[in-house]
Design a protein around this ligand. Structure first.
Ligand code: NAP
Length: 306
């Protein structure tokens, strides 16, 4: 175990991501103290039962006082209010970061509240599951996953290096990019697939000619892989859609155009076009496995037949 990187880390929000950070910090000895805050007494009590931190408070101000690293782990729609609340209590020299799935909105909503002398560096670990709440967290969530940092112009390089070291110590690889680029990339790799999943599961649910029991019974034919995504937290995804509107709409319109082309190929019996596309996409899957971002085990590593 190495020397702690921070004296006191404050986690504002202790769901899947906050809980996973707390456990990674504990397991790797990255802080002397972990201060936890969440808005509901129930979640706070559960975090304490799970022994995720050293102090617990409904009042986020108590958590951020004297913290040298503050991480916002709440849905992005709540950022503005939380930032306004904690800003006057942030320690000079502290790093204020987050884990939100959208980044331009974070600069817009949090940026104006950040006091002078506090290092504001938005971040986004590209790691997660469809589960929510403190029980869903686990210490290895960030291992071999990317974490994207989007430091605003003029960010102190020492603060950036320290935050980079933190995520690397959690097992992640760190990339730096600007917020617009982040939001565009994430719109295609994360937000669009999520919307497609919500849509396809919704369509199946609305069908009258196929019964719900048949949808469930025969789901192993492909449908169930969409249902994993479609089971994700509705609050989080509502906030992502509202806060990455432009990039998502751009990707959705490209998707619709490509879907129309696919529709046309099927209508006209253009087998060659279909075969070419399906061959190209197979190559992408291969690259993802080669990059260590998934396993090539059948059914995404789930026990076969389950
Ligand atoms: P989660 O498990 O649902 O936990 C959410 C946490 O935020 C809880 O502590 C909850 O408090 C609190 N919260 C919810 N609404 C709030 C509000 N309006 N005001 C203040 N606090 C509120 O969520 P999560 O999956 O950890 O996601 C947290 C952040 O990580 C989000 O910004 C999300 O975009 C980002 N992220 C998620 C994933 C993923 O796969 N889930 C991946 C990467 C990044 P109570 O329980 O006390 O109400």
């Amino acid at each position: 175990m190495s020397e702690p990187l921070f004296d006191r880390i404050a986690l504002i929000g202790i769901g899947l991501i906050g809980s996973s950070i707390a456990q990674a910090v504990r397991a790797r000895g990255l802080a002397r103290e972990i201060a936890i805050s969440t808005r509901s007494p129930e979640t706070l009590a559960r975090a304490e039962e799970l022994n995720l931190g050293d102090s617990y408070s409904i009042n986020a101000v108590d958590a951020v006082e004297n913290a040298d690293l503050v991480i916002l782990c709440v849905p992005v729609g709540a950022y503005g209010a939380v930032a306004k609340w904690i800003a006057p209590s942030l320690k000079k020299g502290a790093i204020l970061t987050d884990v939100g799935s959208t980044k331009a909105s974070v600069v817009r909503d949090v940026g104006p509240h950040v006091p002078d002398g506090v290092n504001f560096i938005p971040g986004h670990p590209i790691a997660g599951t469809e589960h929510s709440g403190p029980d869903a967290g686990f210490p290895t969530l960030f291992e071999n996953r990317w974490c994207i940092l989007t430091p605003p112009e003029g960010t102190d390089p020492d603060a950036l290096a320290r935050l980079t070291k933190f995520w690397e110590a959690c097992g992640s690889n760190v990339d730096v990019m600007d917020v617009q680029h982040h939001d565009l990339v994430l719109a295609i790799v994360s937000h669009l697939p999520q919307l497609i999943a919500y849509n396809i599961v919704g369509t199946a649910d609305d069908l009258e000619t196929v019964t719900k029991s048949e949808v469930i019974k025969y789901s192993a034919s492909g449908f169930r892989d969409f249902t994993r995504l479609a089971a994700s937290d509705p609050t989080m995804w509502r906030d992502v859609c509202l806060n990455n509107k432009d990039a998502i709409l751009e990707m959705l319109s490209r998707f619709s155009e490509d879907l129309s082309a696919l529709q046309r190929a099927i209508r006209w019996g253009d087998g060659e076009a279909l075969f070419d596309l399906f061959t190209r996409t197979r190559g992408i899957r291969k690259s993802i496995i080669e990059a260590g971002q998934d396993t090539d085990a059948p059914d995404f590593g789930r026990p076969h037949g389950k």
